[in-house]
Ligand binder design. Sequence first.
Ligand code: ZN
Length: 589
Amino acid sequence: MHATGFALICLLLPAWAHAAPADTVYRNGYIYTVDAQDSVQQALAVRDGRIVYVGDNAGAQAHTGGQTRVIDLQGRMVMPGLVDGHMHPQSGGSRLLNCSLDYMPLTVPQFQARIQACLDKEKNASPKRWLRVVNWFQQGMLPDGVDMSSAALDSLKTSRPIVVRSSFGHSALLNSRAMALAGVTRRTPDPEGGKIARDAAGKATGILEDAAQDMVSKFMPVLTPKENLAASTAALDAMRKQGITTFLDAYTDPETLTAFSQLQKQGKLTARAHFAVLIDPKDAISGKAFKELRQLAKQFDQGATRIEPSMQVRHAKLFMDGVIAAPALTGAMLAPYYTNQGTPQQPHWAPGPSKGPDSYFTPALLRSTLSRLAKAHVDPHIHVDGDGAVRDTLNALQALRATPEGKDVRPALAHDEIVDPADFPRFKQLDATAVLSFQWAKPAPDTVGALKEYMGKERYAIVEPQSLLLDAGARIAYGSDWPVDPLDMWFALKVGVTRTAAKDAGPEYAGRLGDAPGMPRAAVLRAITMNAAYTLRQEKEVGSLEVGKLADLIVLDRNFMEVPAEDIANTRVLQTVVGGKIVYGLTSW
Ligand SMILES: [Zn+2]
């Protein structure tokens, strides 16, 4: 080309046109960007793992060269990859490899048949080897109120010890052989923080609650490094299928970090991995917890975010209480739990003697711990379930915000199942993000039954205050808390919009949970993208589809914004892209 002619063309073309063509161009789509205006665009171009163009088809043409892969979306929805702001990938992954009851409501014979099938699969296992059964939906056993005891397991054809773990993690059922090995008899006292369930005659039934479960943990085979690797691999596989491209492990350990770093080195880490290290009150006082956190961060944090997924260890996990679910009732409350002060036949539910435990950190210890973390540039991720735990934490944050080190902290308050209305506006005032599991906000055996009675009418009306917090200006982020529930992001997001159960849940679970409405769809999507990214300090890299950001995106089989709300649960991810690389799914459809 003639030199002056070339210069002339250069003057006429916008600056980006000089750059090399894109690696991939998506055209003819419904590209939901989660930018500041939640704008919807038609086309998007990716080069070297980053987004270089978002706009209309015509504009994308300039990015299309001979080598560019052009994907015709045929109107399909594209959105940012999902950011799961609170999950437990290692236990989730390892449960996928265990004998699982799949969170199903089961009759006793169904429960027995499924466990027998697991035993039959391991016919050659030593009679000494414990069978570990997971994902038991204890509150969902049928018919309602059926009593579970060792007897249900003792009739199975095996001499192996069996332990069945509830999906909530707050109780376990043992067969008689396991009870004998664990040394639990009628004379065994309840351990601190736990309970051995007993029948009317005082005999242990086989159910161990909360800390009493520790009596069997020493018999559980420790996962080998190979099993740990298999668990992380299974977790990443499940995440890719769901469209998760970034996650926070909300309570990590060295074994998990080791497994993920091995996968990272092998190029098999397909999601951006963030890890929170536990700071417990005792070790916060001694200082041991901070030392451990520093060591793990030094060993496993891989520095600034890059195009290929890597690992960051920049969060601390604190527990302020347990759970408000019965029978645990370990959520720290401002006012007492209700108890039945009538008879089983003629119940009379009224405030009882217990508000649950005091918050696990005293106010002074929480303030000093948050301050110490802030000085180390570590963000706190705090488990708060009851309104008392929420209040105590907000009070500590208020004190923290008044200090120089407290200005830049990004605190996340996870769960928030009950929040006193007086505290709703404080989330915004203190810039604290509520990290919520939307799927809990539906009528279910653990909400419409026991929770209503233990909470009393007024508190029950505002359980799972997702839209109430949103309306008060709080930043809402999503965290699945997998494996407390199955990893089903699209069902969870549906519940975020509708607060209704699955269609096949049964007539007793029809309708919405409580009085509050669901969240608007745009707020639900922002929660699981930009807002969760914010809690991980990743909002400049991921969470929206904008020029310069990492190309972490998913293609959906239906339009989240336009399908009937109940249909959101059926969404399937057709393609998951991380840093411009397709890690799951198809290239055409
Ligand atoms: Zn959790």
